[in-house]
Design a protein. Sequence first.
Lengths: 886, 111
Amino acid sequence: VTVHLGRWLSTVPLRLRGFVGRRRLDRDLDEELAYHVDCRTEHFLRSGLTAREARERAERELGGGIGVREQVRDTWAMGWIDTSIQDVRYAIRVLARSPGFAAVAVVTIALGVGANTAMFSLVDGVLLRPLPFPEPGRLVHVTGSYPQGGLAMLRERSRTMDVASYAAGHDFNMTGLGMPVRLGGASVSAEFFSVLGVDAAVGRTFMPGEDLAGRDALVVLSHALWQQQFGSDPHIIGRSIMLDGVSREVVGVMPAGFRFPSAGTQLWTPLHIDSSRTDTYWAGDYMPLIGRLRPGRTLAEAGAEARLLQSRLRPLFPWPMPPEWNADLRATTLKEAVVGDVRTRLLLLLGAVGLVLGIACANVANLLLSRGATRQGEIGLRVALGAAPVRIVRQLLTESLILAGLGAGAGLMAGSGGLRVLRATLPPDTPRLAEVSLDWRTVAFAAALAVMAAALFGLAPALHAVRSTVTDGLKSSTRGTSATGGRLRRTMVVSEVALAAMLVVASGVLIRSFWNLSQVEPGFRTERLLTLRVSPNQTACAVRDRCVSLHRALGAGIAALPGFENAAFINTLPLDGRIAKRSVVIQDFVLERNAAEPLFWLNTISPGYFDVMGIAVRQGRAFTDADAAGAAPVAIVTAATAQRFWPGQEAVGKRLKLVGQDMWHTVVGVVSDVRAYDLQHDLPPWIHGMLYVPYGPASVLEDGSLPVAVTLVVRTAVDQQVASEMVRQAVARVDRDASVSEVSAIADVVSEAAAAPRSTMLLFVLFAALAVGLGMTGIYGVLSFLVSRRAREIGIRVALGARRRDVLRLVVGEGAAWALLGIVAGLGCALALTRLLAGELYGVSATDPLSFVAAGLLLFTVTFAACYLPARRALRVDPVLVLRAE
Amino acid sequence: VSKPPALVQGTLDLLLLKILALEPLHGVAIGQRLMQVSEDVLQVSDGSLYPALHKLEQEGWIRAEWRTSDNNRRAKYYSLTRYGRRALERETREWHRLSTAISSVLKLEEA
């Protein structure tokens, strides 16, 4: 049969040409026949005929050529189309005759294809597709982050690329159009848009020099913002809008699909580059650097140049920069920088869902095998009537293809639902999530999967069906399955169980990891705490004292609401993703040679913060109102910070100061640690300590400004929806221009911090459940089939006095043996494969013994149950009936 | 000239395969070679030669390619594939079996 198949495959190109390249075949045939006529004409000429007679004779011999052409064309058509149509017709008839079988097979394939299609479109949209910019391959990201001074130097000196930069997360209050609105914005260098290669849809983007202080009262709007807030006003260009109390002129509107740096960016303002202000120029926002390679330049050249310029940049800083700063600088593609973080996670999920498809295929293959056995009579008859084995294999494969096609169609529909589930499950900050959609690439993928699946589950059973028929001929005992069938079936079941076991183990490890993560004590109270971001206009804080009293009034106004207890505020809430940092000089602390001043996480808080958050004061005291008023500069550090910088000493009374300031702050207290950066870590490794200072005229952020937007924390039992509205009104009463955003329970902030591991875990569990479900039906189906096959044998055994227990053991024993083999194989593979998960795990090893044991037990129980049901049926076999049937 | 006997159904394929097993040839040459080897006994009409060749190509037993012929023109040459070679062996065996059987029947002495 394989010989036939090889021969058949070798003619596929020719047959395909008969199907699509007909014109060329016709031309070839014309030429071939013309040559024939010419040769024969010559022949007759030589035998003495005139030129005309010779040609006429030659043409007559060929029957005028028309009949020959028709016959040859028939051969081409017969080769491909006719038999295909026959096959399809026959296949549909056969499948329609057993709708139950067809339905189970189609649903199984649909599940496998659907899950894979959804996952593929996600991977395609996020990882595979180029970024939506012109010549995306020439876009570069330089690792590390740079202050304005760094950007200015690099964009002037770089010869390999055009350089741009941006500071994401610059949010603005837009006022003057009804209620103040909080808008997500990005401050960008003038070249930002030209480097990305995207022009405005309306108006223009920024021009060189417009990011310098004094010329930068401009703004570019996103398409969505233009539509929603300005009703797509065609005369928007040139209008001024109030952003944070500053009037900015709208110069352009971007095209609809443009969403960089993030999907939440609604407007772009120019960076305010001011080389005369040392603090903002060298210590303000540290920004990522992007670039577009100039013609003929390569990524490697850009990287080398960036490293060179970096070494020249370091001495330009007004203070010594540590040699480690950006020491491992690299240039990568921009896409790598955008999606690099999620690649592993998505690929793991894709791998997992691929295993599910494998199980689905094994299942359908088993179904086909069992069916093949019951169809032996039919196939044998066709062979006896002269059908070539290759023809029958082709026929059976057509059936598989039709099943796969139906399954893929249903799977595509399931996939669009699945994609919705995926999008809802994945954390919303997953890069490029908004770009993901089902399209022709997905359809092509599903089609390819269907063909592959059909080959995978159809070929072996088809070959087996034909081979066993050919050897058995029409002897047709419908009893006793042949040895190869048994082996195939066993292989399928064992590999199904093994694949499912791998997924269950992976889920187990991820569940353990997530459990550990959810047991992490964040270090603050998580019940009955409402948090919200209050952002007055930047201009409201031009006068420091006014700003401080405004915030105090805001806090007091909210705390006075009915149902609200005490309120406090902080510049950046733990776990909310924002980081305020500042270099700190510690009195009498000896730095290592060449080391820079330690970098501290800087919290600016109102005096009641520790109390509201339930953070324990370990030593000394909390802040008082007098501290906030600025009586004497004070500070509070966390326990870990005290331990790090003053080990074995009393921290209270020590002094430190913020780099760039002259006053020394005295440490008045030590508080317990909180998980501020993420649930896994208190602080990122590049931050050395955590510091609290009271919110007052003297508390400043890294760029020297007073924090304007703060996060309020309120104890309240009021329902979140109601509370949110009450708070908005209370804030509006104090400051009409202040916007309120990010209203949420603090428990949600904490659970948000575990969003990525949770989504990975949930999806793995989902896939594992699917795998176990499919695996179970697989085992169940096979054993049911075997029981019905062996009814006679079981009947004889019962007649000879076998007890119920013996019969049960006979059937269950066989299934259980396969299951055990599968579980052992699966656990073995998992041992090698779960290592891939290592980066996603917290507090549990990738080869966690508990997960392995639990997965093994779970699978054994489940498969045992799947074996038991068919075994029960075996018990009902009535020996009298069975034996009489002989 | 007596009309050459019609070829037994199916034997044309066998003959074509055999001739092409010797060397690749184009259509006209195949017809000539057949006549020549069989000393004018076996003659295939031009009208059935080409459909037969194309059918064999569809079966994957022979393959066609354009080459320059002796008289410096482009002609379509047919040659045997490895599947064709196997088919030839099989068909030849089958033919021998059949013809032996027929001969032994014909050799029966009438009583």
